[in-house]
Design a binder for this molecule. Structure first.
Ligand SMILES: [Zn+2]
Ligand SMILES: [Zn+2]
Length: 330
């Protein structure tokens, strides 16, 4: 019988395992939103009001990302984070076009304003803006690819120096679910991963409207977020953890523990009321590898999956997306 030996390329876990062998750093989960607007672009509230909303709703950090505008955060941090329990991170939504297609790239913790760079194709505009964010010492993430049906899986597969993209955006007009022959963001993710392109999926609010929470066409806060495992509540630590995939994205499901080793993938879900949960482990081509109906589950790696990722959906439709690990067969 042939023994298949699998080597996991675990961009998420290797760093964690290596670090744990030296001196185990204490890591905590931090909840944050990396995409929000204020009156400095087309939001309806002041930066102070926006920060207050997130702080009062038990978030740990927030990135303010106005369109082509760098909202100052120094005063906000002095006002809201004096006790170091809440962090506002400077950011920008670099908002560009290719023809009539909107191409938006967030720059998290950029050190200066990044102007839209333009370009000769969708992929070129994306790449130039991603690179401009990096040059400003920021961390890029590619926003709402299905908004305006602007960015295809093929475009995304060409982009370098970017690790993050939005698989869920809370704005009501961004076509997260695909349709009419266009793939959903999760289908796009599986296309990319199957092609060997490792991107991590984030969920964001893209909040614009804090003053009319009853309105169905408002882009409201509290729709999608990330929960990041980091040593401390500081921008470099949080963003480095995101770029190594040490986080999950959520629209409401809370995960208490994720553990990934060369052999298995283990998840614990936090129970809430009488809500029930279904965890799906997914591999190459979007294939379902295993379904678990318990709040704790484990997937044993075979070695030929290509990649493994997991999604948890609860009985009220809330979802958590765990980050993929690539599996390379030896
Ligand atoms: Zn946008
Ligand atoms: Zn936006």
């Amino acid at each position: 019988m042939m023994k298949v030996r699998a080597t996991l390329v675990i961009l998420l876990a290797f760093a964690a395992v290596a670090a744990a062998q030296d001196a185990p750093p204490t890591r905590r989960w931090y909840k944050g939103n990396t995409h929000t607007h204020t009156l400095n672009s087309d939001g309806d509230s002041t930066p102070d009001e926006v920060v207050r909303w997130y702080r009062e709703h038990n978030y740990d950090f927030l990135v303010l990302t106005d369109h082509n505008f760098l909202t100052s955060v120094d005063g906000l941090n002095a006002l809201h984070a004096a006790d170091e329990k809440f962090l506002v991170i400077r950011g920008e939504e670099v908002s560009d076009w290719f023809g009539k297609k909107p191409i938006h790239v967030n720059g998290l913790n950029v050190q200066r304003l990044v102007k839209p760079q333009g370009g000769t194709s969708v992929a070129d505009v994306l790449q130039r803006n991603v690179d401009a964010v990096r040059e400003a010492s920021g961390v890029p993430h590619i926003n709402h690819p299905n908004y305006g049906w602007a960015i295809s899986a093929e475009d995304l597969s060409k982009i370098e120096r970017d690790r993050l993209f939005e698989i869920y955006n809370g704005h009501p007009l961004v076509n997260n679910m695909g349709g009419g022959g266009a793939p959903s963001m999760e289908e796009v993710w599986d296309i990319l991963l199957t092609g060997g392109k490792l991107l991590y999926g984030i969920a964001v609010d893209d909040a614009h409207h804090f003053k009319r929470p009853w309105s169905a066409d408002a882009a409201r806060p509290g729709q999608g977020w990330v929960v990041v495992r980091a040593e401390k509540l500081a921008a470099p630590e949080l963003l480095a953890a995101m770029e190594r995939g040490d986080f999950y994205a959520s629209t409401g499901v809370e995960i208490t523990e994720v553990s990934v080793s060369a052999r298995s993938f283990r998840i614990s879900i936090k129970a809430s009321g009488d809500t029930k949960y279904r965890t799906t482990y997914i591999g190459r081509g979007g294939a379902i590898l295993q379904t678990a109906l318990t709040n704790e589950s484990e997937y044993l790696v075979r070695g030929d999956e290509g990649y493994v990722r997991a999604r948890v959906v609860d009985s009220n439709g809330k979802t958590a997306w765990l980050q993929p690990v690539m599996i390379v067969k030896k």
